[in-house]
Design a protein around this ligand. Structure first.
Ligand code: NI
Length: 181
């Protein structure tokens, strides 16, 4: 396994639509997934998408979180060709970051509950319902596959801050001006 370089905001690979994985069993795909697992572990994020390691393919990894935000295990959820469907229309705001935009956080609305469908790294169908932080990470990572970065999801363009100003961002999120329709 090899650590791969993480693409940062400004690199065009982050803005393109990633291709479907045609053959999950290709050695190149298996290697890419192993490298993504190691790169995510090293970077310490909640999730990663293949375009973030310069591979424009529809693969995401999510540190698997149950309701209550507890980690289920060390192995991230690996999902190929994922499709998300909101369950209900409820959305909620939370502060998000991205390995490709280091040091910056934003207040981002996401669906509270989503259904996910895809295949795992062995080609087996994988689906389920996710809520809270798990659902949020899934939506963030699938956005990467469509070339969407979190600044595009801001309700207000200035709902971003450096990590050092996080407290101000939290105050802003709690302010009466913030509603999610
Ligand atoms: Ni990201």
């Amino acid at each position: 396994m090899t650590l791969r370089k993480i693409a940062r905001l400004g690199h065009p690979v982050l803005l393109e639509r990633a291709r479907e994985v045609a053959d999950h069993d290709e050695p190149e795909i298996r290697r890419l997934i192993d490298d993504m697992i190691e790169t995510l572990r090293d970077a310490g994020g909640f999730g990663i998408a293949a375009p973030q390691v310069h591979a424009a393919l529809r693969i995401i990894l999510v540190v698997h979180l149950e309701e209550g935000n507890r980690r289920r295990g060390d192995d991230p959820l690996v999902l190929l060709n994922p499709i998300l469907e909101p369950v209900g229309s409820e959305r909620e705001l939370a502060i998000e970051g991205c390995l490709s935009i280091p040091g910056i956080r934003g207040i981002i609305p996401r669906y509270r509950v989503v259904r996910y469908d895809g295949i795992d790294r062995d080609g087996k169908p994988l689906s389920g319902e996710a809520s809270g932080l798990f659902a949020r990470i899934l939506q963030h990572e699938v956005d990467h596959l469509d070339g969407i970065l979190f600044p595009e999801r801001l309700v207000h363009p200035c709902d971003m801050a450096f990590e050092s100003e996080r407290k101000h961002l939290e105050d802003r999120m709690r302010s009466a001006n913030h509603h999610v329709e």
